[in-house]
Design a protein around this ligand. Structure first.
Ligand SMILES: Cc1ncc(COP(=O)(O)O)c(C=O)c1O
Length: 391
């Protein structure tokens, strides 16, 4: 079957990980791969996760199947974490999924099944897996303007003008917070404007929430989504616990659908899970459920997440300051204003190659930098090199 198949290009980020691992330079810096790192360069198991896992190990006496949607306790905890207590549970359909990617896939496939003709609107740029999954499913897609490289901020007018062309039933894919790859987020007024636009056009928001807690705080990061959920009849959410619980490899995610037809939506989601993978993974989801359901564990988790958030902000400020000193300008001031792990640094693909090959500084090809990959001792050299290569 595969004799005549040309192997697809390996995933760029996976290839970058391999190149970094094989690079013998001791001062190499990985600002490419999208995982959180401590100041020591580690991606640790969070303390609350370890504690919850220990308790599960002691308590769990079966690995029998759970339900097709996952454990109702997990789904309830995720609903509260993401949507808050403002919406009745009876208006939120929910399903566990393998990670946030699984959730994105299940939302898009659900929409394709129910409304094969809708267009999915994605930001330019966006996480590359968004267009990849949409194309794989054979859905129509359009890009909307999002980022203004001149200011390092949101192109609000461009975004609203493009989204104004969305038709009733079209899906508008938004990043809930910590936009990947730009780091430029919507303000409350921008979310309000998107809600107005959805009311006017009948377009449906689809919020990808992969970094809740990495921007301004757990509740602050969900404020835009909650505003949409309070105003609109239908909102889709794909959530990931990979980053904010550090559960990357456990594959913990969820679909939430704000709807007046919860029983029907739950039924469709259960069928969709059944056909794609049957039961969602349980272990990581149970860890999340146990953390959020225990006041002491939840406090430990929130404190650790807050420390991670502050660490990333400190990295942003340190690099912006060092770049101000190295360039004598505020050209990279946007780094301090951006949210989450990522920023687009404004490097061409050739400059990204020079940074990697000559200086051992690894970025993604579009110039996306993961600020969590910075360590305090690396900041001065990274700033000097960036100032020189991007001059
Ligand atoms: C925007 C966005 N959505 C979803 C995901 C999904 O993450 P995971 O499948 O690891 O939970 C990511 C991870 O990089 C992301 O950046």
């Amino acid at each position: 079957m595969f004799e005549t198949v040309t192997p697809p290009e390996p995933d760029k980020i996976i290839r970058l990980m391999g190149m970094f691992a094989a690079d013998p330079r001791t001062d190499k810096v990985d600002l490419g791969v999208g995982v959180y790192r401590t100041a020591e360069g580690r991606t640790p198991v969070m303390a609350a996760v370890k504690q919850a896992e220990r308790a599960i190990w002691d308590r769990q006496d079966t690995k029998g199947y759970v339900g097709l949607l996952g454990d109702p306790g997990y789904l309830d905890a995720m609903r509260r974490l993401i949507l808050g207590d403002g919406l009745p549970a009876s208006r939120v359909a929910a399903a566990g999924t393998p990670g946030g990617t699984g959730a994105v896939r299940q939302v898009l496939e659900t929409v394709r099944r129910l409304r094969p003709d809708v267009t999915v609107w994605i930001s330019d740029p966006t996480w590359p897996n968004h267009p990849a999954i949409i194309d794989h499913l054979g859905q129509k897609r359009q890009s909307y303007r999002y980022y203004d490289p001149a200011t390092g901020g949101l192109d609000r007018d461009g975004m609203l003008a493009d989204l104004g062309r969305a038709k009733a039933g079209d899906l508008i894919l938004l990043h809930g917070c910590c936009h990947n790859p730009t780091g430029a987020d919507l303000t409350r007024a921008d979310w309000q404007a998107v809600a107005d636009l959805c009311v006017a056009t009948g377009a449906i928001p689809f919020v990808d929430m992969a970094y809740q807690g990495f921007g301004d705080g757990v509740d602050e990061d969900a404020a835009g989504l909650r505003l949409l959920a309070a105003r609109l009849p239908e909102v889709f959410v794909a959530a990931s616990c990979s980053k904010n619980f550090g559960l990357y490899r456990e594959r913990v995610g969820a679909v939430l659908i704000v709807t007046d037809a919860k029983p029907a939506a739950d039924g469709v989601l259960a069928g969709m899970n059944r056909q794609n993978f049957a039961f969602p993974p349980d272990h990581g989801a149970r860890v999340v459920q146990d953390i959020l359901g225990d006041d002491a564990l939840a406090a430990t988790w929130r404190a650790e997440l807050e420390g991670m958030r502050q660490g990333m902000q400190a990295n942003r400020r340190a690099l912006a300051d060092a770049l101000r000193a190295a360039t004598g300008s505020d050209r990279f001031g946007f780094l301090a204003a951006h949210k989450g792990m990522f920023s687009l640094i404004g490097a061409t693909p050739q400059q990204v190659d020079i940074l990697r090959d000559t200086h051992g500084i690894y970025l993604v090809g579009d110039g996306r930098m993961n600020v969590a990959g910075l360590t305090p001792d690396a900041v001065p050299r990274v700033a000097q090199v960036l100032a020189q290569v991007l001059a």
